[in-house]
Design a protein around this ligand. Structure first.
Ligand SMILES: C=C(O[C@H]1C=CC=C(C(=O)O)[C@@H]1O)C(=O)O
Length: 446
């Protein structure tokens, strides 16, 4: 069907019909394995979702992409007919997608992001949600005969999902070639230039990233990778998005940008890192050192304060939790949870727009940091470190920050990772930190 573009939306003409039913226990893997595009996967400790096929799509470009998607999403849900009696919240249709990191084009050499617009969302033809030991199937169809098609789809997928094929997710593709951007020598120069700006006082913090381009020895199965990441990173947001037959963006990110339920906002500051120890005692020692590190606390507080400042105009109250250590398989981070109660009803995409990019992935002041990133990084960030997630008809939703991520085709993968540069940052230590942040994606490929 016609894409529903943010600016030139055709949504007003379209009626979308949704249907849903309960399926019972099981996984959502079969939907992720489908050849149909777009496809989206989302897994948290609370729920797993797989979605495929587009009953409607929304795309937008440039700085107004957040507002355009918000307007098109609202218009689309206004045209959505749900079954009489409604659907339980777990089974309600959602729009899945995300945004590019930068406002404008940033075409580095050989960008792997060709099939990723500035913003892309879709209302899936098929959505399966697993939560609390149950699975729910939701189907949608648009235009003429929509109700019949949504019902036929429901019956067909209900049957399809009754049998779960056994899958062996153990095989990794293997790595044939590696290409780093930048080299370690060039990185030292880049961090040196950023530090000069910090010393001059025009910049407090900038997050510089690196890219690792891999050629793979055999075909990559992203659903297999996601199954393995569920074992190693169960507490992270595990996501997969293939907008079309081109590349797939996937990752296991520890960082929530924002979630909104009613008027309750949950977000966090995650910045400041150290490694894992070989023993529990060494882990504890590293965590204690991190909690005591003036440089890391400074790097972290810039993020916590910026998030509080961005939320305050929307909020009746903002609560900043205690600083703690978030321990992941290969790294440990400083983390502060931040919650807010909104003064009025808001759409989650308004909060996404206000918060992105936090200084955990951009820097401070934001404009100077973004300029430094554009002038320094010789590759296209694409959707790396940008908001990815879902939104529903009520304007609720959850968005993660797309770090610990890769963009891949069957035989190539480009991994991204970055580090916050502040006064006192040491280029070689930051280099080592970036290598640790590649591990979640790298370990699943080699
Ligand atoms: C930018 C990344 O991590 C951010 C999140 C946690 C800790 C970070 C740090 O210590 O630099 C970064 O701000 C990345 O993983 O690519």
């Amino acid at each position: 069907m016609e894409p529903l573009r943010g600016a030139e939306s055709t949504v007003g003409e379209t009626t979308v019909v949704t249907r849903g039913c309960r399926l019972g226990a099981g996984s959502v893997r079969l939907v992720l394995d489908t050849e149909t595009r777009p496809r989206f996967g989302w897994a948290t400790p609370a729920e797993s979702i797989a979605a495929t096929g587009a009953a409607a799509t929304i795309t937008a470009e440039g700085p107004s992409r957040f507002a355009e998607v918000r307007a098109a999403a609202t218009a689309l849900f206004d045209r959505c007919e749900t079954p009489a009696g409604g659907l339980p919240s777990v089974a309600r249709p959602r729009l899945f997608g995300g945004f590019a990191f930068h406002d404008g084009d940033h075409d580095g050499a050989d960008s792997p992001w060709e099939s990723f617009p500035g913003a892309a969302f879709f209302l899936p033809e098929v959505q399966v949600t697993a939560r609390d030991g149950d699975r729910w199937l939701t189907t949608a169809a648009a235009g003429e005969g929509a109700a019949d098609r949504a019902e036929t789809r429901l019956a067909a997928w209900k049957e399809e999902l009754a049998d779960e094929p056994a899958v062996n997710a153990k095989r990794r593709p293997g790595i044939a070639t590696r290409e780093r951007e930048p080299s370690q020598a060039a990185w030292r120069d880049q961090v040196g230039h950023a530090l000069e700006r910090v010393e001059q006082g025009s910049l407090q913090k900038v997050v510089l990233a690196q890219a690792l381009r891999l050629g793979l020895q055999s075909d990559l199965s992203v659903p297999d990778v996601q199954a393995r990441l569920a074992e190693t990173y169960p507490d992270c947001y595990r996501f997969v998005f293939s907008p079309d037959d081109g590349a797939t963006f996937y990752g296991a990110t520890p960082e929530r940008l924002v979630s909104l339920r009613g008027r309750t906002v949950r977000t966090e500051a995650l910045a400041g890192s150290t490694g894992r120890g070989d023993t529990p005692a060494e882990d504890e020692w590293l965590a204690a050192e991190l909690l005591d590190s003036t440089k890391d606390i400074h790097e972290h507080e810039i993020v916590a304060e910026a998030i509080r400042d961005q939320l305050e105009p929307f909020a009746a109250s903002v609560r900043i939790g205690d600083r703690s250590v978030r321990r992941l398989a290969t790294v440990q981070h400083l983390r502060t949870s931040i919650t807010a109660e909104l003064a009025d009803d808001e759409h989650v995409l308004s909060l996404v727009e206000a918060l992105h990019p936090t200084p955990a992935v951009g820097g401070l002041p934001p404009d100077e940091a973004l300029r430094t990133i554009r002038e320094t990084e010789a590759f296209d960030r694409g959707w790396y470190a940008a908001p990815i997630g879902w939104v529903d008809a009520r304007g609720n939703g959850t968005f993660a920050v797309g770090i610990r991520s890769a963009v891949a085709t069957e035989r190539t993968a480009t991994l991204f990772a970055g580090a916050g540069i502040v006064a006192d940052s040491d280029p070689d230590r930051e280099w080592d930190e970036v290598q640790l942040k590649y591990r979640p994606m790298l370990d699943e490929l080699e």
